[in-house]
Design a protein around this ligand. Structure first.
Ligand code: KMH
Ligand code: ZN
Length: 271
């Protein structure tokens, strides 16, 4: 089994300071959170940018500042979001890819997202993939529903994408696949050959799905984007607190945590 890659999804586009007082919003806060998470065992940070007023943005300059500040503090793989926030245009969402980060997300289809719709037109998905090829950015394919995994299988069959792919199984978004062990086992059974996978459980699903992924040879994403709680009724104090718990569980389960360089090797990322 490969060493465990922990991704810290630090900020997201939807969570507010009212919901999570320790949410990192500014480039300095995001960089500090990234460093704390790297020290706690994360080898990837999934990054969303916010404007000074806290609203989500895909502004390239803000992403550039975040990446620069993270790099000044620690070695960790920076994965920018191309999901952005519901309602953004595809061009807007794609902007941070031009900064040539090591990784970026690529959502494999459209899905209801709470009271909204997260739209991913096939033509936009193809444009995102082309840009990631052009700027040599390793995609993490975001899978919210079973059909999205089948779309990825089609891309592989058509030769649009070369394997092995890396996927993130996002489970528990209201409107998408439930955050249950059964969902995870089903999606895992549908993975393309040699795919690496991580699981992002939303809310209360974060911890049990993380434990399952550790046991099954997958990887784990935690952080405020997906879950603001440490346990029922108790908010987490930082993203790093959530990372540290996963690292501790993995240690007890004899699954060592990957360094950023080991994660690059597992994911086939060339520096
Ligand atoms: N904010 C969601 C609508 C991603 O980062 O790639 C989409 C999202 C996915 O967060
Ligand atoms: Zn995201």
């Amino acid at each position: 089994m490969d060493k465990l890659i922990i991704t810290a999804a630090l900020t997201g586009a939807e969570v507010t300071r009212e919901q999570q007082p320790a949410l990192p919003l500014t480039p300095d806060e995001i960089a500090r959170a990234a460093e704390e998470c790297a020290q706690a065992g994360a080898s990837i940070v999934h990054v969303h940018a916010r404007r000074p007023d806290g609203t989500p943005t895909q502004d390239k300059a803000i992403y550039a500042e975040i990446i620069e500040k993270i790099r000044a503090r620690c070695d960790v793989i920076v994965q920018v979001s191309t999901g952005g926030a519901v309602g953004m245009t595809a061009a807007e969402r794609l902007a941070p890819v031009e900064l040539r980060p090591e990784m970026a997300t690529l959502s494999m289809g459209s899905v209801n997202f709470g009271d909204d719709v997260f739209l991913n037109h096939p033509a936009d998905m193809a444009a995102f993939l082309a840009a990631m090829k052009e700027f040599r950015v390793r995609p993490e394919f975001e899978i919210f529903d079973a059909g999205m995994l089948h779309s990825l299988q089609r891309w592989l069959k058509q030769g649009v994408v070369d394997g092995p792919v890396h996927v993130d199984l996002v489970l528990g978004v209201p409107g998408a696949m439930a955050g249950t062990p059964e969902s995870l086992m089903f999606l895992r059974s549908q993975l393309p050959p040699e795919a690496t996978w991580t699981v992002a459980g939303i809310g209360a699903a974060q911890l049990p799905l993380a434990a399952m992924a550790i046991a099954l040879g997958g990887h784990v994403r935690v952080g405020f984007e997906d879950n603001v709680w440490y346990r029922k009724g108790e908010l987490a104090t930082s993203n790093a607190q959530l990372v540290a718990r996963v690292a501790r569980i993995a240690g007890e389960m004899e699954r060592p945590v990957a360094t950023p360089d080991e994660a690059r090797e597992i994911l086939g990322i060339m520096r």
